[in-house]
Write a protein that binds this ligand. Structure first.
Ligand code: PGA
Length: 255
């Protein structure tokens, strides 16, 4: 039985004061026994990480905190970058890598995503590896092959025991922040393909254990249909994670 994962991606939203307030509201809503059914993670901007960790620690709240990016080198002359030991020390349990906004706006390549995945595993942080096709790739009907290639590239050189603990998030770019959600069938088709590709690389057992999330305009109104699908183990949530009540409703959809 795979445990659901609900990961909020705040993107470049919430100053420290705003982030602390949202974390406090989430903590007030959250019941620690929900952790038996669903792993909850809040991925905040770097500057919010420590204050948000402090809120959850103080409240003994079982919500994990993640970064939205990292650099794969442990230290050195990489102006503007943040290392894995830095986010580890803050108390991050997870880190999003390869988000389509990073790939599209900041030129992150499959190779960089793979290096980040390997370095995060080495550093004891769970990577949330994002994959997903653009509208033009979807319209060309090449999305299955495209996403499988991203999965293969991301997992290159990673062994089975580590792969099983990674999380993959399928986020069709045409559904991110657009209000145009993939239908449960469209999302399930590609999440199943991700799992199948994991099976091709690592075999049945890893494929059955790894969590594959859907992301792209997921909200309380459409979560139930998506979460009911066999190969969808939760969500990576942008807009709907910026309000404590809608994120809480999404968590409750997993219970
Ligand atoms: P959205 O973002 O829920 O606002 O579509 C999802 C994401 O980009 O992770």
């Amino acid at each position: 039985m795979r445990k659901y994962v609900m990961a909020g991606n705040w993107k470049m939203n919430n100053t420290i004061a705003e982030g602390v307030q949202l974390a406090q509201e989430l903590s007030n809503n959250y019941e620690n026994d929900w952790a038996d059914k669903v792993e909850v993670v809040t991925c905040t901007p770097y500057v919010d990480l420590k204050p948000v960790v402090e809120v959850f620690d103080f409240d003994k709240c079982n919500i994990g905190v993640g970064a939205q990016n990292c650099y794969f080198e442990p230290s050195g002359a990489f102006t503007g970058e943040i290392s894995i030991p830095m986010i580890k020390e803050i108390g991050c349990s997870h880190c999003i890598i390869g988000h389509s906004e990073r790939r599209e706006i900041f030129g992150e390549t499959n190779e960089m995503v793979n290096k980040k995945a390997q370095a995060l595993i080495e550093g004891g942080i769970t990577p949330i590896i994002c994959v997903g096709e653009s509208l033009s790739v979807r319209d060309d009907g090449k999305y299955d092959e495209f996403v499988r290639d991203q999965v293969k590239a991301a997992f290159a050189g990673i062994d089975a025991a580590d792969a099983e603990n990674c999380i993959v998030a399928y986020e069709p770019i045409w559904a991110i922040g657009t209000g145009r959600t993939a239908s449960p069938e469209q999302a399930e088709e590609v999440c199943a393909a991700v799992r199948d590709e994991i099976k091709n690389i690592y075999g049945e057992s890893v494929a059955q254990n790894i969590r594959v999330l859907y992301g792209g305009s997921m909200k309380p109104e459409n979560a139930e249909g998506l979460l009911a699908k066999e190969n969808i183990d939760g969500g990576l949530i942008g807009g709907a994670a910026l309000k404590a009540d809608s994120f809480t409703d999404l968590i409750k959809a997993c219970l």
